[in-house]
Ligand binder design. Sequence first.
Ligand SMILES: [Zn+2]
Length: 560
Amino acid sequence: MSRFGQFVATLALVALPLASSAQTAAPASADVIVVNGRIYTADATRPIVQAMAIRGGRVVFTGDAAGARALAGANTRTIDLGGRSVIPGMTDAHAHVVGLGDKLLAVNLNETRSYDEVIARVVERARNTPKGQWILGRGWDQNDWGNTAWPTHDALSRAVPDHPVMLTRVDGHAVLANAAAMRAANLTRASQSPAGGEIIKDAQGNPTGVLVDNAEGLVARAVPNPTRQQVKDMISAAIAEMHRWGLTGVHDAGASGQTLELYEELGREGKLNIRLYAMISDHQPTIEAWFRRGPLVGGYDGTLWVRSIKLYQDGALGSRGAALLEPYTDDARTSGLLVSPAEHIRDVANRALVAGFQVNTHAIGDRGNRLVLDSYEAALKARPTADHRFRVEHAQILHSDDIPRFAQLGVIPSMQASHQTSDMYWAGNRLGEGRLRGAYAWRSLLNTNVVIPNGSDFPVEYVNPLISFNASVARQDGNGWPAGGWYPEQRMTRDEALLSMTLWAAYAGFQEAELGSLTPGKRADFVVLDRDIMRVPTEDILGTQVLSTWVGGRAVYEQR
Ligand SMILES: [Zn+2]
């Protein structure tokens, strides 16, 4: 039996006893019943139903309206969907929670149409920020201001004299600092541009406040690390943003020891109202501490899982850091780089198997992926483990020989469909035609009977999970380009795309007994949408509105 076959069989065994026990323990009435909808359950035994009942944060019934209404009592809330569609709560299986929160709490300078508008937004923030505290912003682009020359700090420094301010350009390749920030960083006319960077200076030789590339660090290093409370605020802001887009779960692809502590603190305070599957960053003392402690599974009322390690094998394709078997097509001098030696991946994998942890390794290039599969294979040979669910994060470019190895080894390719639609404009330059056939090749992988958890890699990409849903089924960007889809033979079906963000994501986090489908006995995480993403024309998918998001039978977001 294939691994996925085993998975489906296991699932049935898990789900059925819960369902029958829910029925036999019937006397208590439901907290919520949902009727008159088109509910996609992601449960193969009953894929589409009209109604559902929820008690104690869990689904207790799916089926027809009469069956749900039979469970209603005096205090039951009834939700009439008016024919609208429901899907299980979506999970982003690869994203960066604190990175998103950091971005959300910075002053948003996207779509500013003038430098004055930038200054106004910073002044507004300064009004509510204690003097002396840094103000960070991001998203400005002087090309949108009708004057493509670099700005200078003077107007900003006059308007905001008492707070150090650092504003990052939309592409991250330049910052604008005000006078207070330059003072704090000791940046003066005597400061020299570092290699790979430039301090822009005026005709008199004074810094203008604009720092390009490697010069950004001259000011950035003066920004204090966020306090614990600030990081907690970032996490909370990120969770609220995820709810807005219909996400009820996230796999955080690399959490530091401090972030993990703060997740637990928020969990104790009852503020972690999302299914957070946190991968431990590659930091030996943190990993050792967690190996001694052991896996945390569904802690804090089913909100926190810590039972995996995040490693890096290679870099990224855009910067030619992805490790390739042959040189880059557009730069024959390089074939990428390894962020960690292969021995490190094998060593951590060995120890993780002993401690009962999963290993999830970033690999983008075909060589990076082969090395990770080799390391996993060696570790599994030394310590055969039936249900390790080791993952490769991204698995973007695969040699055809390596595609079947995922299924053979039981390794899960964790892929972000949004990367395909972001990279397709230039991936061919890097790789050439031949290698594109194994790039973002989810159909080739699915044909070997693996599951693919989907994700976005936000904040590198947008939070909206339907961008990846659309990319999965259409392999087109938001403008429908290219017509017919980019290497359309690699498309997923809509059923597969839905599973990739629900049940398969849950499986990739060992959570499928609790999460991932609307099955009696599981947590009642679901999303109400304004249209049926399983049936609308593909060009209408990205316009979908999330009407409400529910975690454990409780609305955590309702569109106003
Ligand atoms: Zn990532």
